[in-house]
Design a binder for this molecule. Structure first.
Ligand code: BT5
Length: 246
């Protein structure tokens, strides 16, 4: 029985589907409620960054995920979502890969990003469950060159990679069907249940810079931390913060 997108709110425009999903979660919206918008006027990335969200071309989607697990255990949900996004993009013939924790790349260009946020108040009737809003932005039919200049040079889209547009509605349905089992697996078994699949989709050839360390990504620890090997062969565990392409 599928639950993801069982309730759907599809809008022409909003500031941020994540903001709206947080409001709906507080009002008691059920597990699996999905909100999409054709454009966002204030799309958000992590750490106060902006997600370029032009109209008529892309996917901006937020899903409400509820679980009896403590909120602190849900942070690696981002990793499970990444697997589903990569597989949905690959189903369109595009060779997408993962960069820890929340980027979907083709080569070194970013095709999609994920922003998971905790619901401060889970909402009436769900007081014992934790709640996370899972936000996903995917460049579907935009051409990277049409994105703001500061983003364009490091972005790509499904259409750029295929040389032509895809049906956004069909892509969205496929994405939800692909995401759902990965979310279920993560909620049932945590990081160990998804780690091998995540590592199989990891972009391994990239040199990454994070905090004090530069190196290549090896894979995940049991808690979802990134294992990064530096030039001296020392392996570092990266828990938080930003990971940039060096
Ligand atoms: C992310 O943040 O990658 C998370 C993006 C999540 C967006 C979705 S859309 C639906 C939902 N509603 C929201 O308001 N947000 C979510 P971060 O790792 O911080 O990356 C942000 C950086 O990516 C920016 O600073 C730019 O460099 C770059 N960027 C911005 N827009 C982009 C785009 N459309 N395509 C590729 N790169 C982009």
């Amino acid at each position: 029985m599928s639950w993801l997108g069982g309730e759907r709110i599809d809008l022409d425009e909003c500031e941020s589907t994540n903001d709206l999903a947080l409001v709906h979660a507080r009002a008691g919206a059920v597990h699996g409620t999905v909100i999409t918008a054709d454009r966002q006027s204030a799309g958000r990335g992590r750490l106060g960054r902006t997600w370029a969200s032009p109209p008529g071309t892309n996917l901006y989607l937020s899903a409400i995920v509820r679980s009896p697990r403590p909120l602190a255990e849900l942070a690696p949900l981002t990793l499970a979502l990444g697997i589903g996004v990569v597989d949905a993009v690959r189903a369109e013939g595009v060779a997408a890969q993962l960069k820890w924790p929340n980027d979907v790349l083709v080569g070194t260009r970013k095709l999609a990003g994920i922003l998971c946020e905790a619901c401060p108040e889970p909402g009436r009737g769900n007081a014992t469950d934790s709640c996370v809003v899972a936000g996903i932005g995917i460049n579907v039919n935009v051409r990277a060159a049409e994105l703001p200049a500061e983003v364009a040079a490091r972005a790509t889209s499904i259409a750029d990679q295929r040389g032509g547009p895809v049906d956004r509605a069909a892509f969205t349905r496929g994405l939800l069907a692909t995401l759902e089992p990965w979310i279920d697996r993560f909620l049932a078994g945590g990081v160990p249940a998804i780690a091998a699949a995540w590592e199989a989709r990891l972009a391994t050839g990239l040199t990454l810079r994070t905090g004090g360390h530069t190196g290549t990504a090896l894979g995940l620890d049991r808690d979802g931390a990134l294992r990064l090997r530096d030039a001296h062969g020392v392996i570092h565990r990266i828990h938080a913060g930003d990971v940039e392409l060096a």
